[in-house]
Design a protein around this ligand. Structure first.
Ligand SMILES: [Zn+2]
Ligand SMILES: [Zn+2]
Length: 346
């Protein structure tokens, strides 16, 4: 089969690999139909993720059809259409029992990291029973690729951890796919304001279309001054960090109102300053989280009911044979206007 393989920092190729086999009775093999590229894959290619070793097939998002199923897997059969969660979870360890699938003792974020991933014709999914979701008939499977990672991430790490409530004021720093996923799912709660902050006018235009009440172009405007102007000088109840660099984290701590929450979503590779001299008396909370994908069943229902349209995030499509072009397009988003790039596998 064809697969996109990581060969060390800056180096990837479309290689020929054997079709994976069941390694445990709890595994399934999925024939991938659609997958996508995540900002995290670009982090891997920069060498930021040491757990991902050269030789690894990349990718942790996708949909497909069950091809083989282990003897211990219940509720899934060959031929079932499934959504692949970016998080593998056994459902039984202490962390899984607490709903913290991201820290599963024998799972977590392992796909396309510690084990071979989804940017291939077939993928082995461990703990298949609790890591795959059957897709109800009639749903747009391409759009559901957005539910493997970015929508649960934007929702759980940003909106839930940020305690967005009806009437809340929210600032989202970063209007990439994850920030936009937070924007879409924050609207479940009818916040009074959602201010999007980015340096890319195209992404801000998309944010406006997706329901932002105000957009701040950080290359031309001072985000702190703008947010204070929009909130009568108090700041926001919830500041969501969706970039992953020190400047944007520090920006969030300057935007948050007393009693508010800074919800970090971004993947950080270096340390950031924490201005406790300004924050110590402000009753704020700072949260971090790796997505657990506990909200995936709920998100599937909202898509099915037409309350959420994740397909809006897809801007480009490539066949697997052109996957390297897909990476190129996704990595030059400012020029190509890419949000999510779907790879059509079969
Ligand atoms: Zn991802
Ligand atoms: Zn577990």
């Amino acid at each position: 089969m064809k697969a996109i393989v990581y060969h060390g920092p800056g180096n990837k190729s479309l290689d020929e690999r054997p079709i994976p086999e069941l390694a445990a009775p709890t595994d399934a093999i999925v024939k991938v139909t659609r997958t996508t590229i995540c900002g995290t894959d670009l982090h891997i290619l920069k060498g930021d993720v040491p757990t991902c070793e050269p030789g690894r097939i990349l990718g942790h998002e996708g949909v497909g059809i069950v091809h083989r199923v282990g003897a211990a897997v219940q509720g899934l059969a060959v031929g079932d259409h499934v959504l692949i969660s970016c998080i593998s979870s056994c459902g039984q360890c202490d962390y899984c029992r607490r709903g913290m699938y991201s820290h599963c003792a024998t799972g977590g974020w392992i796909l396309g990291n510690r084990i071979d991933g989804t940017q291939a014709e077939y993928v082995r999914i461990p703990h298949a029973q609790t890591s795959l979701y059957r897709i109800p008939p009639g749903l747009d499977e391409e759009a559901l690729v957005m539910l493997s990672d970015i929508l649960p991430t934007g929702f759980e790490c940003g909106v839930l951890n940020g305690k967005v409530q009806p009437g809340s004021t929210v600032a989202i720093v970063g209007a990439g796919p994850i920030g936009l996923a937070s924007l879409l799912t924050a609207q479940f709660y009818s916040p009074a304001q959602v201010v999007m902050i980015d340096r890319d006018p195209n992404r801000l235009e998309v944010a406006q279309r997706f329901g932002a009440t105000a957009c701040v172009d950080a290359s031309r405007q001072d985000p702190e001054a703008e947010v204070m102007r929009l909130t009568d000088g108090v700041g926001v109840d919830c500041a969501i960090e969706a970039v992953g660099i020190p400047a944007t984290f520090e920006m969030c701590t300057s935007l948050v109102a007393p009693g508010g929450v800074v919800a970090n979503v971004g993947v950080h590779g270096v340390k950031a300053d924490l201005h406790l001299e300004k924050l110590w008396d402000r009753n704020v909370a700072i949260t971090t989280r790796l997505v657990d994908t506990v909200s995936t069943p709920m998100l599937l229902k909202t898509v099915r009911a037409g309350r959420l349209d994740p397909g809006q995030l897809i801007t480009h499509r490539f066949p697997l044979s052109k996957a390297l072009d897909a990476y190129d397009t996704f990595s030059r988003a400012a020029d190509t206007r890419a949000l999510k790039v779907v790879i059509e596998v079969s």
